[in-house]
Design a protein around this ligand. Structure first.
Ligand code: C2E
Ligand code: MG
Ligand code: MG
Length: 529
């Protein structure tokens, strides 16, 4: 038996293991969440730059049109002064001027220009006929490039500082031209890491370790792609990821704690149950089985009861399941059958009509010692075999040929076999034809559907007529109300009932008192007649 120290170290070990598993799961969830979150952030970033690009492009185009529309003499002082006013009034422009034959002749800020610097160089032709110059030496400021756009005989230069507001430590962007002679070319931003399809198609993508989000302008021929590597994303959101790891580790440890406590509680329950069986400390309660037509008690179902010093009253649903799962339920059956036969040995031999019902488990049917044990117990109590009814659930009875054979052997020895909780296991009632049984106990779920709109109440007449056609004894479980009792009492079939309305499970002394009172009253009535 494990000591308290062993149990505590077992729980701590499980908590550590599940905590580590939780942390690992949290690491991967956190990573996945962070990358998805980053994709959303990139999309917003690309959208912000696209909107900014639309606004500055609109202003640039308008100023270009105004420069081209100038009526002042070409590059005259008056025209330069006129241009200067326009540039000062603009929000995004740094300069603007005149161009002809691939040369800048004058600008608002530089005046008339001569020399090699004034050549326009290689530009990108845009879909709207403008030409874009990404990096002109003439307009560099503090190492920053100032992009310029040419249209007709005019040129505008954007301030490089416009883009400052778009700088981010964890995300990058690139602006790509769409259409025009040069096709898809970079206009602004960092060097793209991917091919053009992603750079000019709206949406999000991941290529290798890099996440991308692209937004394209409806008004101008450009797309903005924001991108970041997975490492950059994970570095920026490391706090969030740590939170995921810690939280998941805690959840894992908590789960481990709950499971191991439940397991050790169950284990200790099993050990306690085994001890209770060894000490014959499992009690039996008797619930009257009543003939619904006459109201007389004609039998009793023996129900196992266990009160544990530590856990209090433990439901048979719980401890029978533990015994079934751990393979020692036959010990309970032996104990209950032996006790019940001994308890009622004063009554059974003198009341040949009385039936004692005992619940048996599927494992009992597989146990070669089961029948000999019954024979021995009935002989010891001096009880005829036909007084004993075996209750077995339909699942256990119908599941294997071995179970069916065992049922046949039980019946050949004179015992009755009833299907317990009938109607809960199989939806098809036809299997009953294959089973050799004496009766069925309609499950309490059906009984409790009487007087309701439930579909189960519609199946009841079908079950009753099937039982009648097969000549089976019907017992109705779980009768709790007068209405339910009346429903079955008025059936033309002979019908037995069991339930709180007719009598709760009770200790043997009480049951014998109730039964004797009934028998005495019946005898007195008979004497009067
Ligand atoms: P079961 O064989 O169907 O027993 C009937 C159950 O319904 C009993 O629950 C009983 O107390 C309960 N009951 C009786 N009348 C009413 C009623 O009017 N309304 C409601 N709601 N319930 C009612 P219990 O004693 O808790 O037993 C539960 C199950 O545990 C039994 O169902 C049986 O399957 C199993 N069991 C009990 N004793 C033994 C045993 O000795 N051996 C085996 N293998 N199983 C047993
Ligand atoms: Mg039963
Ligand atoms: Mg039942």
């Amino acid at each position: 038996m494990s000591t308290l120290k062993q149990r505590v170290s077992g729980v701590v070990g499980v908590m550590l293991l599940t905590g580590v598993c939780g942390a690992l799961a949290g690491y991967w969830w956190g990573r996945d969440f962070t990358l998805r979150h980053m994709t959303g952030k990139l999309d917003q970033y690309a959208e912000r730059i696209r909107t900014g690009g639309d606004v500055s492009s609109a202003e640039g185009r308008a100023v270009l049109d105004e420069l081209n529309a100038s009526t002042d003499p070409y590059c005259s002082d008056a025209e330069i002064e006129h241009f200067r006013k326009l540039i000062y009034a603009s929000e995004y422009l740094k300069d603007g001027g005149r161009v002809r034959n691939g040369r800048i002749d004058c600008t608002a800020m530089l005046g008339r220009v001569t020399g090699a610097d004034a050549r326009l160089g290689q530009g990108v032709t845009r879909a709207d006929g403008t030409r874009f110059y990404r990096d002109m030496d003439l307009f560099r400021i503090q190492g920053q490039m100032a992009p310029a756009v040419e249209k007709g005989n005019a040129l505008i230069v954007y301030s490089p500082f416009n883009r400052k507001e778009f700088q981010s430590s964890s995300m990058h962007y690139t602006v790509t031209n769409r259409g025009g002679d040069n096709g898809q070319t970079r206009l602004l931003g960092d060097l793209p890491l991917t091919g053009n399809a992603i750079l000019t198609t709206e949406g999000s993508a991941q290529v290798g370790d890099v996440l991308y989000a692209t937004r394209c302008s409806d008004r101008f021929a450009f797309c903005v792609t924001a991108y970041a590597t997975a490492n950059e994303a994970l570095e920026t959101e490391s706090g969030q990821r740590t939170a995921y790891v810690v939280l998941s580790a805690l959840c894992g440890a908590l789960l481990g704690f709950t499971c191991s406590v439940a397991y050790s509680r169950r284990q200790s329950l099993e050990q306690r149950l085994r001890r209770a069986i060894r000490r014959k400390a499992i009690q039996v309660a008797y619930q009257p089985v009543v003939d619904l037509k006459t109201g007389r008690i004609v039998g009793a179902e023996a129900l196992a009861r266990w009160t544990d010093a530590g856990h209090g009253d433990v439901s048979p649903e719980v401890f029978i399941r533990i015994a079934e799962e751990r393979g020692f339920v036959n010990e309970i059956t032996r104990l209950i059958a032996g006790k019940a036969l001994a308890d009622l040995s004063v009554l059974l031999p003198t009341c040949p009509e009385f039936r004692l019902s005992v619940n048996i488990a599927p494992q009992d049917l597989d146990d070669p010692a089961f029948l000999p044990m019954l024979e021995q117990a009935t002989a010891k109590a001096g009880v005829p075999a036909q007084c004993l009814v075996m209750e077995i659930t339909e699942r256990a009875a119908a599941n294997s040929q071995a179970a069916k054979d065992a049922i046949v052997r039980l019946r050949s020895k004179g015992h009755s076999v009833h299907i317990d909780d009938f109607g809960t296991g199989y939806s098809n009632l036809a299997y009953l034809h294959d089973l050799s049984v004496d009766g069925l106990k309609i499950d309490k779920a059906f009984t409790q559907s009487v007087g309701t709109e439930s579909v189960q109440v519609l199946i009841l007449p079908q079950i009753l007529s099937l039982a009648a056609s097969l000549g089976l004894q019907v017992t109705v479980e779980g009768i709790e109300t007068e209405e339910q009792a009346l429903y079955f009492r008025t059936s033309p079939l002979p019908m037995l009932g069991q339930g709180w309305y007719l009598g709760r499970p009770m200790p043997v002394e009480m049951f014998l008192r109730v039964f004797e009172t009934q028998e005495r009253a019946a005898a007195e009535t008979a004497a009067l007649l």
